[in-house]
Design a protein around this ligand. Structure first.
Ligand code: ZN
Length: 147
């Protein structure tokens, strides 16, 4: 079952700090619909991949070891997609969420840099970019080396 990627912001007031972090971890560890879409398209393009290689910086969502390519699929809210509507926070929620989400984004950037320094090519796909599958397919195909 896919969980809502974007949490109900109203809950932030009723949960303790510890409960909130537990919930965040839980939600983030689930397979998300955008991730499943990307996997399906990568398979359709004829590529084999591995999932969540924990030995690599940032634990990329999809990894193609033979060609040293890594794909991250980021939820717009959790990873603070710049200028994206899905990442917009209500004022009341900013104080709590912003530092955490900004932390996620810093970690993402650092993971990308480390991977590239190790010779990997890295593609980041945002949740909002998985809605148009034709466009996404073309992008994946370019990155993976078809067409
Ligand atoms: Zn977005």
């Amino acid at each position: 079952m896919a969980l809502q990627i974007r949490p109900a912001l109203a809950m932030t007031d009723t949960l303790t700090k510890r409960q909130r972090s537990a919930r965040m971890r839980l939600i983030r560890s689930q397979d998300t619909k955008p991730e499943r879409t990307v996997r399906r398209l990568v398979s359709a393009l004829g590529f084999r991949y591995r999932l969540h290689r924990r030995d690599l910086p940032g634990c990329p969502d999809l990894v193609l070891p033979a060609t040293a390519k890594a794909i991250f699929v980021h939820g717009c809210f959790w990873h603070l997609h710049t200028n994206c509507r899905a990442a917009r926070l209500p004022k009341s929620a900013k104080k709590y969420w912003l530092p955490k989400l900004a932390g996620n984004r810093l970690r993402d950037r650092s993971a990308g840099r480390k991977l590239r320094a190790m010779g990997w090519r890295v593609l980041t796909i945002w949740e909002c970019q998985t809605k148009n599958e034709g466009k996404l397919m073309a992008r994946l195909s370019r990155f993976l080396g078809h067409g």
